[in-house]
Design a protein around this ligand. Sequence first.
Ligand SMILES: Nc1ncnc2c1ncn2[C@@H]1O[C@H](COP(=O)(O)OP(=O)(O)O)[C@@H](O)[C@H]1O
Ligand SMILES: [Mg+2]
Length: 472
Amino acid sequence: MSAARKAMIGRSREIAELAAALDAAAHGSGSSWWLSGEAGIGKSRLLEQLGALAAERGARLAWGRCWEAGGAPAFWPWIQVLRALFAETGAGAVPLAPARRAVLAELLPELRDDGWRAPDESSLAGEEARFKILDAVGGVLAEAARRAAPLVLAFDDFHAADPSSVLLLDFVGRAIRELPLMVVVSCREPDGSRSPVAPLLGALARRSHPLPLGPLADSEVAELVAATSPSALADSVSATIQHATEGNPLFVIEMTRLCAVRAASLRVSGAHDATGAGALAIPATLGSTLRERLEAVPGATREVLESGSLVGREFALADAAELTGVAVNDAAVHARAAVDAALVAEVAPGRFRFAHILIREVCYQALAPARRAEAHGRHAQGLERALIAGSAHTSWAECAHHWLAAGHAGRERAIAALRRAALAPRRAARLRGRDPGPRAGASRMGRGLRRRGAARARRAAPRARAHPQPRR
Ligand SMILES: Nc1ncnc2c1ncn2[C@@H]1O[C@H](COP(=O)(O)OP(=O)(O)O)[C@@H](O)[C@H]1O
Ligand SMILES: [Mg+2]
């Protein structure tokens, strides 16, 4: 963990407000908070700080991180929250009555009494099913909050939340004042305002206490530069960074690292000015800064990162190795170099997370479109095999996302996967609606999908042994 990551600079007013709310929640008076601001302004960092505050006070905090790269199943951030709550044992364990367990097993297949079986996500789609889930989660949270006193839920990147997750948060928020429960949501702007569920997000934001994050002050930027750079940069460099980044911490950190890399290479080449100033053609935007940072790492490392970016913000090394076509041991060496360059962090053994979603974006954009589509197809195929074998580590929604990104060749397999994913019928129908020819109504479309699926299965029968199709 770098010094910049440990040091929390500024934001004292926001931290004080959250600390007071945490104390109020401990006394049974809960509240909802809405952190908003542009990419890189420090929303996730403030949530991490809240995590530290909660730990100091003995409160329990559960994370719900939305998956921004597409393909997360419905209720994804809530699934993470519930998994964390049910993982608790001892006095904090939340009791689960059989009826509630049966409802929640639709989200968490591991709760099934009759043993594990692959989740049939389409069973979540109906209005009635959805209400049962809202009610069951509401009940579990109230119980968990009373036991934890207080319980804190931290939802990161909620601009990327699916509609079911937003509805559930709305439902939970309505009873929060009488519970030892605190909900803190981060939402990137303007992405939240452009989300398909923007009106719902707007209504939620209005019912929460607003915490809009603005730029860091000049003195705070200087502090961040000093905390990030391994050796002192010239004052002129620091001043230029302040001016160019307009107080966006991500921009500050990435530009400081870029200047430090340049200074180091000047030092190696024996140039006179080793403070970074000599090579100071400052990139004008955060995007170009990130691209230059990526170009500064060895090509083999870049390739592993690019493959990882196909998977999403977080990826397993084994997947990145396979997509790159290198041995896992070699990929591990390259990934280590990316960790040293602070482009990714190892979040669990063999699992890496891009330091910021924008770094993932830059890696992804660096891939040629044809390579991207081909690799998405290969990854989708691997996920499909894992799902059929009963893996709980992926979902039909994720599989469908990769088939879709594989382009035309993956479309039929995407439709098949979408049919298995939560709320898929509407999406599959939309996709089918792009077919040339007359547009069918939704139910006719469903029947058509089934017929085509069966015909495709018959056509694919000879290949089916080598590439098993999803169960229907
Ligand atoms: N107040 C702060 N003090 C120190 N580092 C910060 C601060 N705010 C953000 N950062 C760092 O800046 C980078 C971007 O912040 P992040 O919280 O990921 O932004 P966001 O979630 O708003 O996109 C991260 O490396 C983070 O640790
Ligand atoms: Mg963030």
